[in-house]
Design a protein around this ligand. Structure first.
Ligand code: ADP
Ligand code: MG
Length: 359
């Protein structure tokens, strides 16, 4: 296993890139610690696979270096990087049995047969595919093919990193949650550095200790699931993570006060910087229906199991609140209270308040 560092990485698929818009990766600097469980999260097209393929050596970056334990591997081909990669769609040999497929990465590296048998049995048990070991892979369902593909990625215990590129895409929804928790468990057991790429926040947040959020070829925030939820550094993260996402509300700044809908709002801490477009960010979980606060009209109430989502309008601005129980109906006039320590100011998308002091 190794620490992975990406330094000044840029990549364009064009022969003569000019502006930033020509780059699939704009400028990436990142350290992945040995043994960590990481997710790379972002919408489709933001550059996740490009980044992964640069780490594995399938792509050579236009600029920058890749280091494994401080050793420069930028110019090494994939087979010399000692990496396991699991792709979106199964990569297995149809003519081989499941057992032969799982054994292949080990046999390929001359591992002793006794050790191979042991590892294959172990991986098959983890993935619950023991009953299929002697079936030819061609006869498997797409779900099972992908499971075996994952097994091939996990079978070696000497790789620098195991990378998964949206591996659950072809898996049935009911199996998804099972494999998701299984992967987490596997990471705890094998302690390998794992990088899990997905556009699905639930997958990222359940798997990873650290989540790298990407947008448009750039990293917007790196943090634990709690950090991303609690203090998004950018409105994109606030909006992308959480269900429903963070309320992002138009705000104005006047003589040291921040106003929403003409009313002063208490923030988590002092405002930093000036100018630009200012917005308030507050998660629906920290908006309450109260006796006083911002006047609003209820547009919709949705029961989502353990709590309810109240969809309200403050003037022309929609604001969501997540509450335990509600006794209001559509059309009701209410007041919304924002929890000050959870109310943040964003300037041109980036956080512009100092964090409240921890008590
Ligand atoms: P993601 O995996 O996050 O969906 P990708 O890394 O596949 O994103 O793509 C990032 C950007 O690079 C997209 O705009 C995509 O269209 C472009 N791209 C990806 N692969 C190629 C390629 N082989 N040639 C040209 N452009 C590509
Ligand atoms: Mg991709």
């Amino acid at each position: 296993m190794a620490k992975i560092s990406l330094s000044n990485l840029r990549h364009s698929y064009m022969p003569d890139p000019t502006g930033p818009e020509d780059y699939a990766l704009k400028k990436i600097d990142l350290d992945w610690q040995n043994g960590g469980a990481y997710a790379l999260l972002g919408p489709s097209g933001c550059g996740k696979s490009t980044l992964l393929n640069i780490i594995s050596g399938l792509l050579h970056p236009s600029e920058g270096r890749i280091l494994f334990d401080d050793r420069d591997v930028t110019d090494l081909p994939p087979d010399q990087r000692n990496i396991a990669q699991v792709f979106q769609f199964p990569v297995i040999y149809d003519t081989m049995t499941v057992r032969e497929n799982l054994a292949f990465p080990l046999r390929n590296r001359g591992v002793a047969e006794a050790k191979i048998a042991e590892r294959v049995a172990e991986i098959a048990a983890m993935l619950e595919v023991e009953g299929m070991l002697d079936i030819r892979a061609a006869h498997l369902s797409p779900d099972n093919k992908q499971k075996i593909s994952m097994g091939r990625g996990l079978v070696r215990d000497d790789v620098n990193v195991i990378m998964f590129d949206e591996p659950l895409t072809v898996i049935d929804p009911h199996l998804k949650w099972k494999l998701r928790s299984k992967l987490k468990e596997l990471h705890q057991r094998v302690k390998a550095t794992m990088i899990y790429v997905t556009h699905d926040q639930t997958e990222a947040l359940t798997f990873a200790d650290q989540v790298v959020v990407m947008q448009d070829g750039e990293i917007v925030q790196i943090g634990s699931p709690v950090e991303l939820f609690e203090r998004p550094q950018h409105t994109f993260v606030g909006h992308f993570i959480g269900s429903p996402g963070m309320n992002i509300l138009p705000a104005t700044q006047e003589e040291g006060q921040v106003l929403f809908n003409g009313q002063p709002v208490a923030l988590e801490g002092a405002v930093t910087g000036e100018g630009g477009t200012t917005e308030l960010g507050i998660r629906p979980e920290f908006v309450a229906l109260a006796d006083d606060g911002v006047p609003a009209r209820v547009r919709k109430v949705s029961d989502v199991g353990r709590h309810a989502v109240v969809d309200a309008m403050v003037g022309d601005t929609p604001v969501k609140a997540v509450v335990d129980h509600v006794d209001v109906e559509q059309g009701a006039e209410v007041h919304l209270a924002f929890r000050p320590d959870q109310t943040r100011l964003y300037r041109d998308g980036w956080i512009a308040t100092e964090a409240a002091h921890a008590k």
